[in-house]
Ligand binder design. Sequence first.
Ligand code: FCB
Length: 471
Amino acid sequence: MKIQFEKNFWWGTAISGPQSEGIFAKSNLNIMDYWYQQSPEDFHNQMGPEIASDMYHHYNSDIKIMQELNLNSYRTSIQWTRLIKNIKTGEIDQEGYQFYRAYFQKLHDANIKTIVNLYHFDMPIELENIGGWTNKEVVDLYVKYAQIAFECFGDIVDYWATFNEPVVPIEGCYLYQWYYPKIVDFQKGIQAGFNTIVAHAKTVNLFHKMFKHNPNKKITVILNLTPAYPKDQQAENVEAAEIRDLLFNKAFLDTMVLGTFPDKLVELLKQENILPFYTTDEIEAVKDARIDFLGVNYYQPSRIQARTIPWNNNDPIMPAKWFENYQWPERRINPYRGWEIHPQTLYEIGINIKNNYNNIPWIVSENGMGVEDELRYQDSNGQINDNYRIDFIKEHLYWLNQAIKQGSNCFGYQLWTFVDCWSWANSYKNRYGIVSLDLETQTRTIKKSGYWFKEIIENNNVIEIEEGLIK
Ligand code: FCB
């Protein structure tokens, strides 16, 4: 069977500054850099972010590879800790500025539509030490940093993002101890989440003011959507899934796309006495802020049931008070990452955006597959034959295409990631790239999936999908 995407569809990859550049020449450390200095044993093979994929020194040749592969779009992020020398005053770091200026100019000259994201989990350690997103001073400092970035690069960068997956640092830093400072405090998490939403809104409003005479400049947020499927249609399971959806998806989708706070979520937090501190100005800023398009990272859905063991009210409150994860017997799992593979959810996301979020233009801003020990699949020419990745992409594109056929307004697909990159705590355990990286020599080798990607545009955006692949 064949599917086809429209002529101007964006094909590309996404990556982030802290996961690709290396620490080189940065005047400040972020929480990940600092955490590695303190506890290298927390990281896979004790490998930290110092060198990463050394895009600090390789961006020129990497952009050449993107061109060779016909990629017409890309996303990366600015590291706050690289662009800004004095986090409190906003003094610019000249070396950081020159680096990003040259990098973005090169992408611009190569006609690669680039989304520049401002924040990818990388809180400056100096600000985490004063409470990170729980502290409203950090909101103001973030908006100031965003303004500086717009002033520095707004002439050559058309597409901007405020945050990547804003819920993830909340989960990692304040709920589930994935990331430094590994605090467990739901109330702090709620406050951090609310403040992030306000930082986003103020930045979007500022952006629209700064670029009001230039409709080509657009801003988004990148959300990881994990739609919640109830175990079955029993009322308590449906209710549990609804709460999971409110806390992890709608809290961001509704505020950032529609400018509204879901009533049911507000009610829930009120009952528990954990509403965040807010001002009416902040609520107004959220109401006014409208993104121009939406970025969706999709990896997996969530499977939810009501609690099977009653919650002990003497325990400090956590989201788990209202639901439990459920193992769907039919699930397919990526064993290396432990994430479910369910491409059809991408269709449902597309229809949800169409029906409930004003059919806003959107892009798949991340999707992809991390695989351990990929050298197993290397052939005698040194190329990795990652047929599993090609199949994974095809399945997702099939369902995305179905949503587009039903009228969902998706204009592109970016794979995570371009060249194998460093992951939070997992380091280089799982490889995601369409270009492989030799960690000893920093040599890049295009994988089979890279060449497959290259052919999409050559084939007029037509993709052949084998019978039997779509389940
Ligand atoms: C996403 C993150 C990205 C990367 C992928 C695998 O949640 O946005 O930084 O680590 O997962």
